[in-house]
Design a protein around this ligand. Structure first.
Ligand code: ACM
Length: 758
């Protein structure tokens, strides 16, 4: 045997043993308790399945799994517990009385497999059982003996899909529901309505979909995803909605429909402009419509009629009424609103919004349902029975729990906004400006520590959100939510003490990537290095790229080109000796057996001579700034722009500039004091709107090291920002963040006070 082949076999053995060490046996989400016992159950085509009700959804799910995945057509018979010896697979609710809500018990012995659970419990037990089967088709399957007792941590385990900004068909939505069910999520929040499109048929108001369901052209000026001059359109008929509701229910998923109000309602107002406020005649330049309803009786009647049809279609407890990001300028300018506020004794427009939401809540409560609203519904006073979805951060959820209101945590700052970038690589498909690594989602703890024991009970769950401003295709939809949905599943279902990022990422995910491939879902293939683009300083390096996708290859290049399928394949660690003053660039791509590719990584190895300090004799804290005119899409463009104004900056904050110049570029220049000789690592927290130069050398991509001698060194930062687009969520650039790591210390954020100018 060739040494390489032997090494590969050894590696495979090591990997398999590691996988067996995983206390959760590859199951996602991690079960509450799993005890391994001795032996195997051999599942074959002869195995008989016995169920209380052979036509139960969950039993049929298992039957479909066997037939679609492995071409098996096992006999399913009615389970009669008294009929002598039992063997095979038993799917029953007998013995489920003592189990927690949605809980199940799965026992595998060499003679039989027993899943005990009621309704969703049985369904989840079968989902777990299916995860124990190998992904590859096998004639006979050896399933490990074990005992699992499992139940969810949270009752609400949600995933939101925005179908307004981009529309997804019934079939595409069902594929999301399938994934949710497989990973034990139980609430599909369907964002059916927003400024860019009304997507649900309302019989009483046909123009909502006829007019409000269509928009012209693209979403944004700079992110075109639809050719000029074409309409973008789509909506669900009520029959289609009923079909999806039924499909979800079979998968134990409740659908929470969202009908946005009072704002994000441009689509409805395109169809029924009479529901907008008319500005008072004395207002000189009235606000552009910001898609907000006027709180007239006509509006309330309209919304009640809409919600009546919505409640007929969706049987669940919750109706989401939005409530976020309402620009109330049209209310300020409306004589009607001002008179109404006086009449109702409301002190500001926030209280008027609260009045609006409370009226809608009363109506919804009168039909036996409950509202959910985004955390802005706290402003001006919370509606008495509302559940709050905390998105702007955690503080809304904390405040609501302290007021004894139920809370669903979905903060945009914690990896639960699946529209955010998944890495800092400029090659990521265009997304929202913030980036949230996979680990951020996994490490999120939904119950804030500041809450008392009693208040913690009000955190009823957690949710991931996919906004689709930048998601025009189903491939992109799946890319944004996978593998993030696995992390969401675990934080929603598993106890925190069961979580372990390393085994989750390096061992448990593996089988699930293979499952995704088998089910033809697109997903983001993790790169071969956690840091995608970096420069390392030194003379000797060992490169050890890794992939945890089963059967995936890593291809690499040393000539700066992004690797192709035809490039060298990585098998064993590679040593590099870099001659003084020279650089080598090691690039990798992971290619899965199904042909999916990771983004390329780039590691520059630089045997750099330390850079000497420059002369600086002043002691002026701060940096010189120069603003340049223009609307930019890349920091390179700033070099060719016209100078606007300059001055001294006390911080990297561009808020002040934005007030008078909504679109601009800025240079910051000065010196930084380096305390001792050594290799300093720099990285940028903001995305591709910022560049950093140290001693006139650009930091490659977002991260890199430079060998510097003690003393002062030149620093330059280039940044551009653009104005948020009205009616579009969370556009605009994040603040500038630059980190420097000195030898032997940890990340330090650079602030302008660290810097000097002359
Ligand atoms: C939101 O992201 N505006 C709820």
């Amino acid at each position: 045997m060739k040494p390489l082949a032997l090494a590969l076999i050894l590696l495979a053995i090591v990997f398999t043993c590691q996988a067996q060490d995983d206390p959760n046996m590859g199951i996602i989400p991690a079960p509450a308790s799993l005890i391994k016992t001795k032996g195997w159950f051999t599942f074959s085509k002869k195995t008989i399945i016995k169920a209380d009700r052979p036509n139960d959804n969950a039993v049929l799910l298992f039957k479909e799994f066997l037939s679609n995945n492995r071409g098996l057509n096992n006999r399913i018979i009615k389970y009669k517990p008294k009929s002598g010896s039992s063997s095979g697979v038993i799917l029953t609710s007998r013995g489920a009385e003592g189990l927690p809500a949605e809980g199940y018990k799965l026992t595998i012995t060499p003679r039989k497999i027993t899943v005990i659970g009621k309704g969703p419990g049985l369904f989840y037990g079968i989902q777990t059982l299916m995860q124990l089967f190998a992904v590859d088709h096998a004639i006979a399957e050896n399933l490990p003996c074990l005992v699992i007792n499992d139940a969810p941590r949270f009752g609400y385990r949600g995933m939101m899909l925005d179908v307004s900004r981009h529309f997804f068909t019934v079939e595409q939505v069902k594929r999301v529901i399938d994934l949710m069910a497989a990973y034990k999520l139980n609430n599909f929040h369907w964002h059916l309505v927003d400024g860019q499109g009304w997507r649900i048929e309302i019989k009483k108001y046909p123009k909502l979909t006829q007019v409000g369901g269509t928009r012209q052209q693209t979403m944004f000026g700079t992110n075109r995803d639809w050719p000029e001059g074409l309409d973008y359109t789509g909506f669900y008929t009520q029959d289609q909605i009923r079909d999806v509701v039924k499909y979800a229910a079979r998968n134990y998923i409740n659908i929470v429909p969202e009908i946005e109000m009072p704002a994000h309602s441009d689509a409805a107002l395109r169809a029924y402009p009479e529901l907008m406020c008319t500005p008072d005649t004395s207002v000189k330049n009235p606000a552009r419509t910001t898609g907000i309803y006027c709180p007239t009786e006509e509006t309330f009647t309209f919304l009640q009629n809409v919600l009546t049809e919505v409640m007929d279609l969706f049987p669940g407890k919750y109706i989401h009424i939005g409530g976020d990001e309402a620009n109330k300028q049209p209310w300020k300018e409306s004589a009607f609103c001002q008179a109404l506020m006086k009449q109702l004794n409301l002190k500001d427009e926030k209280e008027l919004q609260s009045y609006f939401i409370q009226r809608m809540e009363k109506f919804i409560n009168s039909k036996g349902r409950s509202i959910i609203g985004w955390d802005e519904i706290l402003e001006g006073g919370l509606a008495p029975n509302a559940t709050v979805m905390s998105w702007t951060g955690e503080q809304g959820g904390i405040a609501a729990a302290q007021q004894k209101h139920n809370v669903i945590m979905t903060p945009q700052t914690t990896g639960l906004y699946f529209d955010h970038y998944q890495s800092r690589s400029p090659l990521e498909p265009v997304s929202f400006g913030r980036y949230a690594e996979f680990s951020e989602t996994y490490n999120y703890e939904p119950v804030p520590k500041v809450l008392t024991e009693d208040e913690r009970k009000y955190i009823i769950g957690v949710q991931g959100n996919l906004w689709t401003e930048y998601v025009p295709t189903v491939a992109k939809l799946q890319y944004q939510i996978l593998p993030r949905l696995f992390a969401l599943s675990e934080i929603a279902w598993s106890k925190p003490e069961k979580k372990d990022y390393k085994t989750f990422f390096e061992q448990r995910l593996a089988k699930h990537f293979a499952r995704l491939d088998a089910m033809h879902y697109n997903y983001r293939v993790p790169t071969a290095f956690a840091t995608i683009d970096t420069m390392l300083v030194g003379a000797r390096f060992t490169m050890e790229p890794k992939t945890f996708v089963p059967g995936a290859r890593i291809v690499y290049t040393l000539n700066g080109r992004d690797p192709l399928d035809t490039d060298l394949e990585y098998n064993l660690p590679i040593d590099f000796n870099i001659p003084p003053g020279e650089k080598r660039i090691f690039k990798t791509v992971v290619i899965t057996p199904s042909g999916r590719r990771s983004l390329p990584t780039s590691t520059v190895m630089y045997n750099q001579a330390p850079v000497a300090a420059v002369n600086y004799n002043d002691n002026n804290p701060g940096l010189k700034f120069t603003l340049v005119k223009g609307t930019f899409t890349s920091a390179d463009q700033l070099d060719y722009a016209q100078k606007d104004t300059s001055g001294i900056a006390k911080s990297f904050e561009t808020k002040e500039f934005r007030r008078t110049r909504p679109n601009s570029g800025v240079f910051y220049e000065g010196y930084i004091s380096i305390p001792a000789d050594g290799v300093y690592n720099f990285s940028l927290g903001s995305y591709n709107d910022t560049q950093l130069f140290v001693d006139n050398e650009i930091l490659p991509e977002n991260e890199g090291a430079i060998s510097l001698l003690k003393g002062y060194h030149k620093i330059k930062v280039k940044n551009f920002y653009t104005a948020p687009v009205p009616g579009v969520r969370r556009r605009g650039n994040p603040p500038i963040r630059i980190f420097m790591t000195a030898p032997g210390s940890s990340d330090k954020k650079l602030v302008t006070a660290d810097m000097l100018f002359n």
